[in-house]
Design a protein. Structure first.
Length: 316
């Protein structure tokens, strides 16, 4: 489907050096903030107390959050669990208080607010569990990266695999850099968003690489830069439609999903915007600078010249 078609190819690659210089500076800044400030990890990674509270009717989460703020738990996570009447509260570790003391303190404040609130369970999540979750998350990220490299290598050629994976990691690092700079809470849901962005971004790169291959096959007289410009321009309509629709859904989660989906949707929003940018100005430009050429994608079979082969010179 195309809502519009650009008749004249846009010279993206003529400005590739400028855009990649901007991209490098953004990437460098993201790495700097990651190393200098670090991520503000949630309770899942740092450990803490998990409390489940049951209400006789649908629970109002904002009053619960306000109550926790007054107790000094500004970083507490509050969300419904299972049904609208069950509320799951995750509290960070607090010096001088045990898990049971934290739960007693919180339940005392919640009962003062609503006497019908009932404690269902209390669990302590140790720092060791959080460390294991962080390690598993990094392993999942590494597996996704390796899988993308293998997929692109089989589907295209190693130059495209290198360009694609650098572009995708560029998106991931910039997302993490935003979270480090603003000290937004990094939770398991945000990690899931980062992994989703990896798959989303590689899909855009594959679409552009596919169009480059088609253009190489169809337009024999075009140079490499002309082919890449034409491939990107011819996919602009599809890019705007696809990413526009996706972004509307993500913004809906961001605006109306509440605090539970806030940072998840925020990570996806940043990832989608930079995913479009990296596929055009990073992946395609890197493939060009790595020396991609028509022969890399169109490997024609040579006819046999064996004089003893009865099928020598035959074409099928």
């Amino acid at each position: 489907m195309e809502f519009f078609r650009i008749r004249k190819d846009i010279p993206f690659m003529q400005r590739a050096l400028i855009f990649n210089a901007i991209s490098f500076l953004t990437f460098f800044a993201a790495v700097f903030f990651l190393l200098h400030r670090g991520l503000h990890l949630s309770v899942e990674f740092t450990g803490g107390t998990v409390i489940e509270v049951q209400y006789p009717q649908a629970a109002q989460l904002e009053p619960v959050r306000t109550t926790l703020d007054t107790l000094g738990y500004a970083d507490a996570q509050v969300q419904t669990f299972g049904t609208a009447r069950s509320v799951l509260i995750r509290l960070p570790l607090k010096t001088g208080l045990t898990s049971s003391q934290q739960s007693d303190q919180v339940m005392g404040a919640l009962k003062a607010q609503n006497a019908q609130a009932q404690l269902q369970r209390v669990e302590f999540v140790g720092p060791q569990v959080g460390k294991e979750l962080a390690t598993d998350g990094l392993m999942a990220l590494a597996c996704v990266v390796i899988g993308i490299v293998i997929y692109l290598s089989f589907r295209f050629e190693w130059k495209y695999a290198v360009a694609g994976i650098i572009a995708n990691l560029h998106d991931v690092v910039i997302i993490l850099g935003f979270f480090a700079f603003f000290q937004w809470e990094f939770s398991l849901s945000v990690l899931a968003a980062v992994l989703a962005v990896l798959g989303y971004s590689v899909n855009e790169s594959v679409v552009i690489f596919d169009r480059i291959r088609e253009t190489f096959r169809r337009e024999r007289k075009m140079g490499v830069i002309e082919v890449i410009n034409h491939a990107i321009t011819s996919t602009m309509s599809r890019t705007i439609i696809t990413h526009g629709c996706t972004q509307m859904m993500v913004l809906s989660m961001f605006l109306f999903g509440g605090p539970t989906l806030h940072y998840f949707a925020l990570a996806l929003t940043i990832g989608i915007l930079f995913g479009i940018y990296s596929s055009v100005f990073v992946a395609a430009a890197l493939a060009m600078w790595l020396g991609v050429k028509r022969e890399d994608l169109l490997k024609e079979k040579r006819a046999s010249h064996d004089p003893n082969d009865p099928n020598a010179g035959a074409q099928v």
